[in-house]
Design a protein around this ligand. Structure first.
Ligand code: FAD
Length: 409
């Protein structure tokens, strides 16, 4: 296991002279950033309008997939590998089992270019990855119907899922235990940024002064910063369904059943045990534009019917499974699905962190390291995360949801 500052215990005798930092947003991006900044000696206040992992937040789902398969986007392969190390190190210390290492099964149709590129990238990074024939896969996973539409199968053993909203809460608890300050409070939307920001005013009164500010407000970033971000972070409506498995049947729970991704004309994926909430099924196709504050979060009949039809095809034993629950969440999609980590164009002491685009949760601990280094001036973000690349590539407004590529591309 790599050395991890986190594993060294709460910092003692921290000098009270570190920079004052306010982090706005306690989701995957902001929570881990606040924790890492605190560990590096900053005096950090973290605020969130509704609380870490709340039901409006993109990080507020029950579970999220963690995988390092990223096709040719090797910047995320590397980041995911680092994130996995950090999740494991924190789990070893916290003993909360947030990272469930089930492995991930990838089932591709005729176009397996993403799978083949991912396999090459993982091998180059010395990560295990296996190509299975469909008959091998069918022997290993008899709960799955491998029909003729599946042409290429990958088994990614070092992958799994994360207990998403619970880990967000715990990160903030640890942040406070290690000397950070957390407040439930909101900054006004839109947020005016002068050339040097000295304090953030809070919506219900008061303000917080700081030297540096990090806005990690997920799907709200566009409304907060209509000029700097605007529609370049587009919240899209995503439905997730939880189906009931037969009584006492362990075939659809981990460890028998891994995370799975059916990657054909659409990308449908799921999380087996899903913290005992039910067999999770979701379509990765970006949905219509969505308001994360006031959008209704009921599943649509059409969405449920499509999920049932998929189950009947791929998991025949679950064809008549009852729907136990659903979630409506939102991707906070950038036009190219790359993250946004950059200074605000008007103020050098204001950082914007977001654009998770349906794949940001797993990266939390690695993003925390990166953002803490950026804020403290010891590193600069990769140009692929820069706001400037979005100016060169405006949002694709021909797409009805204004968004980008699915998260698994
Ligand atoms: C259905 C679904 C499935 C996904 N699956 C995966 C997956 O399998 N793997 C993966 O890695 N990623 C996945 N993602 C993406 C991932 O969940 C997100 O990219 C990530 O959680 C974004 O985190 P964030 O911190 O940027 O945003 P958020 O979690 O939304 O956090 C932003 C926070 O800012 C707060 N806030 C907003 N405005 C204000 C304000 N004015 N004042 C104060 N606080 C404010 C909010 O309350 C919120 O808590 C999925 C997303 C969805 C919706």
């Amino acid at each position: 296991m790599l050395p991890v500052a986190a594993a060294q215990g709460p910092l003692r005798g921290l000098a009270q002279a570190g920079p004052r930092v306010v982090v706005i947003g306690a989701g995957a991006f902001g929570g881990w950033t606040a924790l890492e900044l605190r560990r590096r000696g900053a005096r950090v206040t973290l605020i969130d309008a509704w609380g870490p992992g709340n039901s409006r937040a993109s990080s507020g789902g029950e579970t999220r997939v963690i995988r390092a398969t990223y096709g040719t986007r090797t910047i995320y392969t590397r980041m995911a590998i680092r994130a996995m190390e950090l999740w494991r190190a924190h789990d070893a210390r916290w003993q909360r089992g947030f990272f469930r290492p089930t492995g991930a099964l990838w089932m591709f149709g005729a176009d397996a270019s993403f799978g083949r590129a991912s396999a090459a990238a993982l091998r180059a990074a010395n990560m295990p990855i296996e190509e299975l024939t469909t008959s091998e896969a069918a022997r290993r996973f008899s709960q799955i119907a491998f029909d003729d539409s599946i042409k290429y199968v990958l088994w990614e053993p070092v992958a799994g899922y994360l207990l998403a909203r619970r880990a967000c809460e715990h990160v903030v608890e640890r942040f406070v235990a290690e000397g950070g300050e957390y407040r439930q409070a909101a900054v006004p939307i839109p947020f005016d940024v002068p050339s040097k920001l000295r304090s953030v005013a809070l919506e219900h009164g008061g303000s917080i002064e700081a030297d540096v500010f990090v806005f990690a407000c997920g799907p709200w970033l566009g409304k907060l910063f209509p000029d700097a971000i605007g529609t370049r972070v587009m919240p899209t409506r995503q439905e997730v369904y939880y189906f009931g498995t037969p009584r006492g049947d362990s075939r659809f729970n981990d460890p028998a059943m891994p995370v799975w991704v059916d990657y054909r004309d659409r990308v449908i994926y799921g999380i087996s045990g899903n913290a005992n909430r039910g067999f999770k099924v979701a379509d990765d196709t970006p949905g219509p534009a969505f308001d994360p504050t006031s959008g209704t979060r009921d599943a649509t009949a059409a969405g449920v019917a499509a999920a049932r039809a998929f189950l009947a095809l791929r998991f025949p034993a679950l064809a008549g499974a009852p729907l136990l629950g659903s979630e409506v969440c939102q991707y906070e999609a950038s036009p190219d699905s790359h993250f946004i980590i950059d200074r605000h164009p008007h103020a050098a002491n204001v950082w914007i962190a977001g654009g998770g685009s349906g794949h940001g949760y797993k990266m939390g601990p690695a993003l925390g390291e990166l953002l803490a280094s950026c804020v403290l001036g010891t590193a600069a973000p990769d140009p692929q995360f820069a706001l400037a690349r979005l100016a060169a590539r405006p949002p694709r407004l021909t797409n009805p949801c204004g968004s980008a590529e699915p998260a698994f591309r």
